[in-house]
Design a protein around this ligand. Structure first.
Ligand code: HEM
Length: 215
């Protein structure tokens, strides 16, 4: 039986909207700066730099808000990932995404009051929010304030390492974004999750006995 459940507090929805807009702008200006070509200008270079830097600073503050909000609120429980049986759960969820859902199989980890993300979603949210985004911010601030970066590491220039790390994390977050938007369409309906991250209410398909034992 499916029913609506309040899954996304206002703080998380506001953070998510600011975060999504910043990341989209950073990807756009990042691509424009990276593939700068006087003949094919996406955004004029000096403007791309200005927008990228200001948006980067806004993203840093919004990330700080996410960290604190997630640390002090109940929302953090949804990011807890017990290692015991993790591989088994990830394989089960991957099998569902790869085959099960096309054969109309039941979801192995249906959303419930207690579970807002399936194991694969959770793994990618933890990687994006506790590895990818902090590293892209720290390396970005290093590029914005190059005097704060170490001169060299094992003979390799500190700025080069910072730049490679920044671009690599930018690439990872772009990939995450594409997968994230696709996986968000696999909900109660194609638009249900998008409505949920705006309204706060998501559909849960709780079946009592199943949920407790699985995680
Ligand atoms: C246009 C861009 C984006 C769209 C359309 C979008 C869509 C969504 C949707 C529909 C949800 C709710 C469903 C779910 O829990 O999966 C969600 C949640 C989430 N999104 Fe996004 N997203 C976007 C960008 C991003 C970016 C750039 C990040 C991180 C770098 C991100 C991180 C998250 C996280 C962590 C949650 C769970 C929030 C929570 O409940 O704690 N999203 N997003």
């Amino acid at each position: 039986m499916a029913k609506l459940s309040y899954h996304y507090p206002l703080s998380i929805r506001i953070w998510h909207a600011i975060n999504a807009l910043c990341i989209l702008l950073l990807i756009l200006t990042g691509i424009s700066m990276y593939y700068v070509d006087p003949d094919r200008i996406l955004i004029e270079f000096s403007w791309a730099v200005k927008i990228h830097n200001v948006t980067g600073v806004i993203l840093s503050f919004s990330y700080l808000f996410f960290l604190i909000a997630n640390a002090v609120s109940k929302n953090r429980k949804y990011y807890k990932m017990p290692l015991k049986g993790l591989m088994n759960r990830l394989v089960k969820q991957s099998g569902y995404y790869a085959f099960g859902m096309f054969k109309g199989e039941k979801k192995p980890f249906p959303l419930t009051e207690e579970r807002k993300f399936n194991p694969l979603q959770k793994l990618f949210y933890v990687l994006a929010m506790y590895v990818g985004v902090p590293l892209v911010i720290i390396s970005g601030l290093g590029l914005l304030f190059p005097e704060s970066v170490i001169k060299a590491l094992f003979g390799v220039s500190g700025i080069l390492i910072t730049d490679v790390l920044h671009v690599a994390m930018g690439f990872f977050i772009s990939l995450f974004l594409v997968i994230h938007i696709y996986v968000s369409t696999i909900g109660h309906t194609k638009s249900a999750n998008f409505i949920a991250i705006i309204s706060g209410y998501g559909w849960i398909e709780e079946t009592e006995n199943e949920t407790k034992s699985e995680e």
